[in-house]
Design a protein around this ligand. Structure first.
Ligand code: SF4
Length: 227
């Protein structure tokens, strides 16, 4: 499915916020409480809003849901240390959006190429489920992240929550860009691509196969190469 939208740009939903929240961002009380509890329980983990990975000059931004408690919340790098990262980084390496060897550690030397990874919600939520108010609050940072990428041409949203938040951050009417795996929505100079989230649950249940996931990035690669 392809949706063509009128001329709003990714800057239309942007705010003047910094793209990166502070380590003790106080804006979501429930997530702050959870952060502090996990800090007490696991003092050696990262336990803070996880910053974007990759430079702001990238053409591609990947938007996930939120850090996993034992993944990005532990390691401090998006999608690093849990199953979702295994499939995501293998796919990015295959399509030339990363170089090196992914070893599930932030010091593994993996580099992103023309690609950046962020999350709709920067703090780990209990049971991996952020509340609508938390998604709305953290969108200020997603909007600022989009606005700080002058070469942005493609956004890949992993899952419905990331899609919905990206749609709002991009200034698109939700009804004009319904989520579906493989859907493509054109927003001025930026194209939004939808994928099911690469979670262990989705892959174990075959909601998302590696082939389905790769097809999204194959299209992004082809489209970026054509421009
Ligand atoms: S989820 Fe976002 S807005 Fe909420 S406390 Fe964390 S960094 Fe701040």
């Amino acid at each position: 499915m392809t949706t063509t939208l009128r001329t709003e740009t990714h800057r239309s939903g942007a705010t003047s916020a910094s793209p990166e929240p502070g380590r003790d961002c106080p804006l979501c009380p429930r997530l702050v409480d959870y952060r502090l509890a996990v800090r007490t329980r696991e003092p050696d983990w990262f336990n803070a809003p996880v910053p974007s990975f990759g430079g702001p000059d990238a053409a591609l931004l990947i938007v996930g849901l939120a850090p996993g408690v034992q993944g990005a919340n532990r390691t401090g790098r998006p999608f690093t240390g849990d199953y979702a990262g295994d499939l995501l980084y293998a796919t990015l390496l295959k399509y030339g959006f990363a170089a090196g060897r992914y070893q599930a550690r932030p010091d593994d030397g993996l580099e992103l190429i023309d690609c950046r990874i962020s999350n709709a919600v920067r703090c780990v939520p209990p049971q991996n489920k952020p509340l609508p108010a938390e998604i709305n609050t953290c969108r200020a940072f997603l909007s600022a992240t989009l606005a700080a990428m002058p070469r942005l041409r493609a956004v890949v949203a992993l899952g419905r929550v990331a899609h919905d938040s990206a749609v709002k951050a991009l200034g698109i009417r939700a009804a004009a860009a319904p989520f579906a795996h493989g859907a493509v929505h054109h927003v001025g100079a930026v194209t939004l691509y939808d994928s099911y989230h690469c979670s262990r649950y989705n892959t174990n249940t075959r909601v998302l196969t590696p082939e389905m996931f790769e097809s999204v990035f194959a299209k992004v690669r082809a489209d970026l190469t054509c421009r």
